[in-house]
Design a protein around this ligand. Structure first.
Ligand SMILES: [Zn+2]
Length: 198
């Protein structure tokens, strides 16, 4: 049986856990866990393999990747990187342009919804796109500041002129501009602004 324990871990971003300070051999093991729709995550201790479910609700709105230090009942401490699979999507009506990453004409578009992971947009004209094709999108977040966002997307599906895509890194290293875009999107998703497009 799995048990839920709220005490054996503590805050994100490397905050100290309440359990033993570190693993006895000094190595830091890491594990990636996924938050389930019920806002819990299942952990498996790399040493004793016992599993446990933790409550992650407090990290739901956190910016960026959440790092949790977890100490198992067996005394083993390790780092977890929490992934959030179910991202809230926000309906939108934001004007912009898109183009194939390989080049070609820019097309107008309207972003219809947005999450941390990607967008769904309506292209001015229907353009055949292959699954996984990389494209570049640029639009303004329609909150008070109208922050410009430029992101690379991988096409996940297209239905007529409606295209769904997932954000992917622009290049091997994220630039400060790219990180600023991600923060602006995260802020936009949490704010009540920009809902006039519903
Ligand atoms: Zn353990």
């Amino acid at each position: 049986m799995e048990k839920t324990d709220k005490r054996k871990f503590s805050g994100g971003n490397g905050a100290p856990a309440t359990g033993p300070a570190a693993c006895c051999d000094g190595l830091i093991e890491t594990a990636v866990v996924t938050m389930a729709p019920d806002k819990t995550a299942r952990l498996i201790c790399p040493r004793c393999e016992s599993s446990m479910r933790i409550d992650c609700e407090e990290f739901q709105g956190a910016d960026g990747q959440v790092q949790i230090r977890h100490a198992c009942a067996c005394g083993h401490a390790y780092l977890l990187f929490l992934e959030r699979r179910r991202e809230p999507r926000k309906p939108a009506r934001m004007f912009g342009v898109w183009a194939r990453a390989s080049g070609g004409p820019k097309r107008s578009m309207i972003v219809r919804d947005i999450s941390r992971r990607g967008i769904r947009f309506e292209s001015e004209i229907r353009v055949p796109l292959s699954p996984d094709e990389p494209i570049i999108v640029a639009f303004y977040l329609n909150n008070g500041q109208r922050v410009p966002v430029r992101k690379k997307l991988r096409v996940r599906g297209a239905d007529g002129a409606m295209v769904r895509g997932e954000f992917i890194p622009m290049g091997p290293m994220a630039t400060e501009t790219e990180r600023a875009c991600d923060r602006a999107i995260a802020h936009f998703l949490l704010s009540d602004e920009g809902n006039e497009g519903r």
